[in-house]
Design a protein around this ligand. Structure first.
Ligand SMILES: NC(=O)c1ccc[n+]([C@@H]2O[C@H](COP(=O)([O-])OP(=O)(O)OC[C@H]3O[C@@H](n4cnc5c(N)ncnc54)[C@H](O)[C@@H]3O)[C@@H](O)[C@H]2O)c1
Length: 327
């Protein structure tokens, strides 16, 4: 019987990139009709591997998989998968850590420049026939201001030279980053509250974990510099959105630029409909080039594991049988 790879959900125009890789081991790809537990299990229950984008794979879904050897995430964050349940079942979970780091670091800078220079706000007015400056004031000079990066993994490390090119001073908070990485990047490490207090702009780049959920809440917003800006290309739930809306109402923050939101799409969110909030639909990762790389690399992890080899980028313990094959 041929190998079966279930896809829980996808936002890609096609899955041809993955299909081409999987055809090398004769694996068939089947897409779930919906990102719900029932629909996912319809295709994934007896599948040999699972490819997943945003659909939630909680413990009860993971526990119902009968043959699955690998859950390969189309992406970097693995917060949609219950890792403990996967580990307990001997399923290795993988990510693709490097396919979009240029795109997301560009996107973070694009959001920062757009919100600080008030480009979407100005554009809306000009398009409506209002060629005027008074509504756009105030705008402050970027050069000499401080950008705080929360998390200092691959993406924010690429933000650093781009931000420095605009004359920004860059500081970071990341409790786990090695000192030599900071030294190489020429970035000062501050404790979390210090970063929040001194930054004119804060850009979020840490993963979503129990420790980072609502890291930006009412208390933290009250510590931010009045008139500062918040950019988020990490994960929506890093921010308590109701508290963000209040901080914007009070004028504590001048604006926010978000590629990710607490609930996607953000129907009914209090951050909608504001002149000083700009949103993109979780497209920070996307370019035609990154998408092909993502589809290819995620499927290659499946091919490795289903061929008895260790994956390149596991995020939980690799089962012993695969580990010894790698030696
Ligand atoms: N918007 C998008 O399209 C998009 C695309 C890719 C990734 N992302 C998100 O961006 C995040 C960052 O990506 P990356 O490639 O830089 O990740 P990475 O895995 O290279 O680095 C993550 C960093 O976060 C740090 N970290 C962990 N817990 C932290 C905490 N409590 N406070 C501060 N830092 C903490 C880690 O030490 C690590 O250095 C991902 O986790 C993902 O959720 C979004």
């Amino acid at each position: 019987m041929s190998l079966l790879v279930a896809v829980t959900d996808t936002v890609f125009p096609s899955l041809d990139g993955s299909r081409a890789v999987l055809s090398k081991i004769g694996a068939e790809l089947q897409l779930s009709k919906a990102p719900t537990p029932e629909a996912i299990l319809d295709v994934a229950r007896d599948a040999d591997a699972v490819l997943t984008t945003y659909a939630k794979l909680p413990a009860d879904v993971v526990n119902a998989l009968t043959k699955c050897k690998i859950i390969s995430r189309f992406g970097i964050g693995v917060d949609n998968v219950d890792l403990d349940a996967a580990t307990a079942k001997g399923i290795v979970v993988t990510k693709v850590p490097d396919y979009c780091i240029d795109e997301v670091s560009d996107h973070a800078m694009a959001l920062l420049l757009a919100i600080v220079r008030k480009i979407p706000f100005s554009n809306a007015r000009v398009q409506a026939g209002r060629w005027e400056m008074p509504t756009v004031v105030p705008i402050h000079r970027l050069r000499g201001r401080t950008l705080g990066l929360v998390g200092f993994g691959r993406i924010p490390q690429l933000v650093v030279p781009k931000a420095k090119a605009f004359g920004l001073k860059v500081v970071t908070f990341d409790p786990y980053v090695p000192k030599d990485v900071l030294a190489k990047a020429g970035v000062e490490h501050l404790d979390f509250k210090e970063l929040v207090k001194v930054s004119d702009y804060i850009s979020l780049h840490c993963p979503l974990t129990p420790e980072t959920k609502h890291l930006f809440n009412a208390e933290v917003f009250s510590l931010m510099k009045p008139g500062s800006y918040l950019v988020n290309t990490g994960r929506g739930p890093l921010i308590d959105e109701a508290a963000l809306a209040q901080a914007l109402d009070k004028g504590q923050l001048a604006g926010a630029a978000l590629d990710v939101v607490e609930k996607e799409p953000p129907t009914g969110s209090p951050i909608l409909g504001r002149d000083n909030v700009i949103l993109s639909p979780h497209t920070g990762f996307y370019s035609e080039e990154s998408l092909l790389e993502l589809e290819t690399k995620a499927a290659e992890e499946v091919v490795r594991v289903l061929s008895g080899n260790a994956p390149l980028n596991p995020v939980n313990p690799v089962p012993a049988a695969l580990k010894s094959a790698a030696k």
